[in-house]
Design a protein around this ligand. Structure first.
Ligand code: CU
Length: 142
């Protein structure tokens, strides 16, 4: 455990964590436009970690929204329930998929949602990766 702490600290000193978070690539990112009159919705995407070390996401921010939580779905007594998670680890070279019925970003307090809102994904040490995602209406395109 002590060794792990030392390693982490060394990573801080070398500023390697900056590189780490910059190595995230978000693909197919979109946020569902909220139903008229609602201020809550969800966002989905593929997050690929191209770095050689694990990235742990702890926080997210979306332009036009007050708050973002990282959620997952769990089966409890035959029911699908949403649960907030506080750490989303993405291993080196791994892609984590946020999709309906699984992991997602829960978006709260939407005031005005831009067509391509800016999304920030941040790690525990407050280093953020920013990108833009698409606003999509609930109606599926055929
Ligand atoms: Cu949720």
């Amino acid at each position: 455990m002590k060794l792990m702490k030392n390693t982490l600290c060394l990573v801080c000193l070398l500023g390697l964590s900056v590189t780490t978070i910059a190595d995230l690539v978000v693909k197919e990112g979109y946020v569902r436009k909220p139903i008229p009159g609602r201020t809550m919705t969800a966002a989905f995407m593929d997050i690929h970690n191209t770095a050689t070390t694990e990235v742990v996401l702890t926080r997210a921010k979306l332009e036009g929204a007050k708050r973002v939580e990282i959620h997952t779905h769990t089966h409890e007594d035959g029911m699908m329930k949403m649960r907030e998670i506080f750490e989303l680890p993405i291993k080196a070279g791994q892609t984590v998929t946020l999709k309906p019925g699984g992991l997602h970003l829960m978006i709260f307090g939407i005031t005005h949602l831009p067509e391509n809102p800016k999304l920030e994904l941040c790690s525990a040490d407050k280093i953020c990766y920013s990108t833009t995602i698409e606003s999509r209406s609930l109606v599926k395109k055929h």
